[in-house]
Write a protein that binds this ligand. Sequence first.
Ligand code: ADP
Length: 437
Amino acid sequence: MGVWQKELITGLLLFLTVLIVGAMTGLLMPLTLLLTLGILMRQLLQINRFEKWIRAGGRAKYPKTSGIWEEIYYHVYRIKKNEKKRKKKLSRMVDQFRQSTEALPDAAVVLGPNDEIEWANKAAREVFGLQPSDKGQRIPNLIRFPEFIRYLKSGNYSEAVILPSPVNNRITLAVRIIAYGAGLRLLLAQDVTELKKMERMRKDFVANVSHELRTPLTVLKGYLETLQDMDDGESPLLTTSFQQMQGQTERMQHLVDDLLLLTRLETQQKKTECVNVPALLSQICKEAETMKGKASAPHLYAVGGVPARIELSMETDAHIVGEEQELRSAFTNLLGNALKYSPEDSVVKVHWYRSTDSIVLDVEDQGEGIAAADIPRVTERFYRSEVKRIKKVGGTGLGLAIVKHVLMRHEAKLNIASELGKGSCFSCHFPLKRVCN
Ligand code: ADP
């Protein structure tokens, strides 16, 4: 039988008893009143006890009672106990999380909606020199590097910003912000000092080697030219050997030139001028049509003349803020590739136009195309598809790496759309803010 039924039956039995006794004694009314008052008083007393218990936090074991009140006490007590357990578990989890983030080698700072510091781990306190009293302080007041402040304000946190540590400028940090929750952001800083050092060593090494290779190459080329001049053509073996040597020294010269250009792109300060891109494109296309066996893509024009394969269309006269020589290298590489990797009787389209949000250069060919899996890799240094290596198609594998670097320095993006057997379209998207005429 349920507690409620028991409680009801007890009440009914009490009233029945009072009815019988009242009828027998003629005191029905006073007795009923007395019983009602008794029941009311009992309930009031129970409520009072319950209120005292719950006011004390309901933590202690509940007072001894019976009936429906025992049930009420039991359920409230159980809810409280479960809540306590959950709280304990939660605080254990928070502790574990804090301990693990404290032990993280990377600095982590939780930022509030107004860039104020809500929490920082040990590494953050060390590399940013934060004090416990800095809690609540706005982070731009403590990390004052302009590039960091710009990054924080920009709201675009897709890439990290590289900064020296404010307490030790020999430490280089890659700082990144991750937005989460309602207006909260997590600032993460990783020590990339070693990585940057190795990157610098790699750059220096490539720059030095390429530079040092220039002199012996020039000497070799000089002697080779003299020997070729002396060749009377009597020995075919000697003649083809000279030709191959010349081809290879030229290839090496291209490699060295491309490596030096890449080094310059990585290390040199950006110069800016207003570049007349339409004029530049006309010139590059003209050069490509007329250069026979020379210049940047010798393998293309080695035999015979060049048919008028290039279709140049310019819908806009937009000039771009940038560096002319760099843009020239990038565009020449794209055009050179389009001509090199498509049949000699096919058309290569060069299109300069304005789209909704950028100024675009499309270089489109009807050539062999690039496999979908290769597309993300073609801009890597020295990346050349296996077919090119096997077929020994001329090239350094550095052209698109140069294009990527040049575009990066011009805040532009490279899009590659390609289908095997149909052709490729390389699009350079320049932001509208770069337009300068
Ligand atoms: P290279 O042309 O000297 O090999 P690049 O860096 O210019 O080096 O190009 C890398 C690779 O990308 C090429 O080897 C080729 O496989 C592929 N590629 C580049 N442009 C095209 C194109 N227009 N059509 C097909 N494949 C291309």
